[in-house]
Ligand binder design. Structure first.
Ligand code: NAP
Length: 516
């Protein structure tokens, strides 16, 4: 580990500001001093990325696919070292880190396949018709990479949503160079992963500048990157506060650029009343497991549960509380995240007429104390801040007088990544208005399940109306996420030999095209 920035293929440490990562289990700093990138290095990384973007246009898609595969090979070869560093910087368990690594590798191979097939560019051909009045020109269209992309990863996914996580791999697959603003809480993991990416770039004949990894603990590095005129898009995964700040910043540029921010969510779960009576045990177990997975530090953590008040709902809350509080408290990612969890929770528990049940007794250092709070539908509607995310093992149960009151609560809810409905089909049919309402509010509706566990596949949608994301039209998970970093270009009456191969008359790449 060097603590240096990767500016294209070069290691660089021109700055004087340094920081360390932290081991939340040992409650101690890790050794390496990471040197924050300075203006000169940021300029260099962006200039190299801009040149690499031009060079990439002359490099075949098959070579780009091979690059992504080579990254996966390098990560596999260095897995032990990367995971060890990841655990030291996050407090996550080895099992969780292994799952995340698998997911990262899967993302790389599925994007590599996508690039090989080359159909993601949506080639479209409308041939000329000189006999039509007025005559119709020849028009051909396809998607091209948007330009250099800056990626901000989240603290809770050091691998799958960070250095070579979903945003970076989607951008590279689209032919866009990537500059990562490394997450300071796992800068070491970021550096080791960046070395794998850069080695793969060299082995696969990619241009210098296709990938840079810059350290930054203070906001200046990220801000300068977002404001740089040669940067053409931003991928962000993190808090609403951070995502919104970068979105606003990008909109102040002389040339605004898209910021695809995937942010926090409370992922409401609605239990239909008749079914609750039959499945108290099953659903309380499922919910307790979901909200405590990785100490509740998931953007898909179920933070809000709606039920109609009844004897069954009282029993359900008792069972849920018992099951949740019996679990071992887990270490959170960092003392700052732990402190923020405790602070937000303490404020929340101050709300009048709110009941809560919290894990008691001694727990480990930096561990999150699981908590269930309960309010009535009336109190929920009177306190709009109750819907805000508390990142960690916290969930609020809202007991309503009726399904109508649940719907009234949901109507005022902000956009969400997901909503889940627990119930049987007959009962769901009686509440089609609920399902219609949820379609306006969320990116994914889960039936009889919990929101945690985001499958990576083409039919997944991970995003949602603001503030779940800044652009609800796009997913951050699955191969469709490539569309965030591509833009359409049309060629009108372009001579055949000057067209991209994907659009030439003889279809030399033998790909599927929409032809009219
Ligand atoms: P975060 O504090 O927003 O940090 C994310 C990144 O953004 C970091 O690199 C951070 O830099 C940077 N950043 C934050 N505020 C900034 C600002 N004002 N200006 C410039 N850069 C800024 O989030 P986090 O604590 O790492 O992650 C937890 C959050 O992410 C939770 O809310 C969770 O729900 C959400 N999340 C969402 C998804 C999703 O797909 N929707 C997935 C995972 C997590 P610094 O570290 O230097 O502050």
């Amino acid at each position: 580990m060097t603590g240096k920035n990767s500016v294209g293929f070069n290691f660089s440490a021109l700055g004087t500001y340094t920081f360390q990562t932290f081991n939340p289990v040992d409650n101690s700093y890790n050794e390496t001093l990471f040197v924050e990138a300075v203006s000169e290095e940021i300029e260099e990384a962006v200039a190299l990325a801009s040149n690499a973007f031009e060079e990439l246009k002359g490099i075949s898609h098959l070579k780009r696919a091979a690059f992504l595969e080579q990254i996966a090979i390098n990560l596999n070869e260095n897995e032990a070292q990367i995971l060890a560093c990841n655990l030291n910087e996050s407090g996550l368990t080895l099992e969780r880190a292994r799952i995340e690594m698998k997911r990262t590798l899967f993302q790389l191979t599925s994007f590599s396949e996508l690039v090989k097939e080359n159909n993601w560019r949506e080639p479209s051909i409308d041939r000329a018709n000189p006999d039509r009045i007025p005559s119709k020109p020849d028009l051909r269209k396809l998607l091209v990479g948007i330009g250099p992309v800056v990626v901000f990863g989240a603290s809770n996914f050091p691998l799958a949503y960070s250095t070579i996580g979903g945003d970076s791999v989607a951008a590279l697959a689209a032919g866009c160079p990537v500059i990562v603003k490394s997450h300071p809480l796992h800068a070491g993991t970021g550096e080791l992963v960046a070395h794998c990416v850069i080695d793969a770039a060299k082995k696969s004949g990619m241009p210098n500048g296709i990938f840079s990894n810059l350290n930054g603990q203070r906001f200046e590095v990220g801000n300068q990157l977002v404001m740089h005129p040669l940067v053409k898009a931003v991928g962000f995964t993190g808090s609403i506060k951070g995502g919104r700040a970068l979105f606003d910043l990008a909109n102040q540029r002389p040339e605004p650029i898209p910021v695809f921010a995937e942010m926090g969510s409370v992922n409401p779960v609605i239990i239909l009343p008749n079914s609750l009576e039959k499945k108290i045990d099953e659903w309380s177990t499922m919910y307790a497991d979901s909200m405590s997975a990785s100490c509740g530090q998931f953007c898909t953590n179920p933070g809000l549960l709606f039920s109609v008040k009844s004897n069954a709902s009282d029993v359900f809350i008792k069972q849920l509380t018992k099951k949740l509080l019996h679990k071992e408290a887990q270490t959170m990612l960092h003392p700052s995240i732990h402190a923020s969890f405790n602070r937000l929770k303490a404020d929340r528990l101050e709300v009048e007429d709110l009941l809560y049940f919290e894990k008691e007794g001694e727990i480990g250092v930096n561990s999150g104390r699981q908590t269930i709070a309960v309010v009535s539908g009336k109190v929920f509607q009177e306190n709009p801040s109750l819907e805000e995310e508390i990142f960690g093992p916290f969930s609020l149960v809202v007991e309503c007088e009726s399904m109508n009151e649940i719907i009234a609560c949901l109507k005022n809810l902000n956009g969400q990544l997901t909503a889940s409905v627990l119930g049987e089909v007959d009962e769901m049919n009686e509440h089609l208005n609920l399902l219609k309402l949820l379609q306006n509010k969320v990116g994914r509706i889960v039936f009889n399940g919990v929101p945690t566990g985001v499958e990576v596949c083409p039919s997944m949608h991970h995003g949602g109306p603001y503030p779940a994301s800044t652009d609800s039209r796009f997913t951050a998970v699955g191969v469709d996420s490539i569309k965030r970093f591509a833009r359409p270009i049309a060629f009108q009456n372009c001579p055949n030999e000057l067209l991209p191969l994907e659009l030439q008359e003889s279809n030399p790449l033998n790909i599927n095209r929409r032809e009219g």
